[in-house]
Design a protein around this ligand. Sequence first.
Ligand code: GLC
Length: 431
Amino acid sequence: MKRQEIDREAARRVDAEARRVLATNRRKGVSDWDGMRYDFVCPSPTHYPFQWFWDSAFHAIALLQVDPKLAQQELRCLMQGAQPDGYIAHMLLWDTKSNPEWFTPEACIRLDQPHFTGTIQPPVAARSLERIYDATQDAAYVRELFPKILAFMKWLDRVRDVDRDALVTIIQPDESGLDASPKYDREMQVEAQPPERTLADWRRGMHRLFGVYANKTHEEQAKLDVFSFEDVMMNTIYADGWRALARLAKAVGLPDADEHERRYRRTLDALLAKCWDEKAGVFWDLSGAAERPARVLTFTSLFPLALPDLPEAVARRLVEDHLLNEKEFWLAYPIPSVAASEPSFDPGWHTKTTWRGPTWVNANWYLYWGLRHHGFADAAHELARRTIAMQAKGGIREFYDPRTAEGQGATSFGWSTLVLDLIAAEGALAG
Ligand code: GLC
């Protein structure tokens, strides 16, 4: 791959804008329901005013480039949502009074308590704690937060691995964070055409699920099998979480590092044994108790690249056959959330629903580090270069048209500031 330098002026603009977003999205106060002090970065002032689980874990990583103390604060605030049984909700609704629109059916959220949801998101927090430790060497901080993250990982194992195969399930599409991804269309009874129909179908599907889950415990919900996906991205992040906990436990002298490592390897092995398709050269999610492979090509089919111990031959297939394939993922502004070869690919956001084609910076961030770990430094560099160019054109938005870099969705979007980590890793401002 021909190496092109990152445009330093573009990087400087993106860097400044990302820092501005992290500062202006900060929300501080005292909750009117439990008197807890909150202080975190919300995903978007106009669209997402609360604290979201995986968003905050990404914000913490981006904040390391601003001030490590703010990164620590972000994750600490999130962990205030940890429940005695280990559960952590995907949304902590710190300030409900100012945001009544979130309590209408259109918002499609399922509450457990008036102030947090009954939904999970991928456990990025472990990776985030690892990055905070790498930047600060603050062992006391690790010891403070580790038990809550570990308890959530154990909750996932206990409640969401019903068939005990080391792969956890999501029980509604937004638990992967990939809300309306077309890989869930069949189970959600969503029609991809005409595009105006998709959102209404998806909302109907969500409310159907909410009806079934109402008044049931988490344990009961997980056993219903009305929607259950062993999602490849979710399980990659889950495996990566055990890897990070094993490493942290060793580093700061906490017990059971070997046990965490064993869990990491088991989930990696299960992804390879059950989700890897040797013929296609990608991973597929498994749907339902029957574990039907959901053969819709999205970026999540490449996601195990994020695991450093993925066998090299598998990593090579993912990268050379798919990630760098111009008919699938290697578009002008990669990585699109859905491969361009899929009939449901909607790069121009005509469906007005999420994860159906546009490029997202958190996916690029994971894949960037995966490429680097697996020896594809040139591809990683090019991915960072195009991500920075995309944000220089499109702004710090929720997602982007992979053909034109046009910014779409929410403005001033929190995790798109992960670009700060890419800029730092590539030394794009140096010189
Ligand atoms: C959207 C995304 C989800 C994210 C949330 C807040 O719903 O699909 O992944 O956590 O917005 O940014």
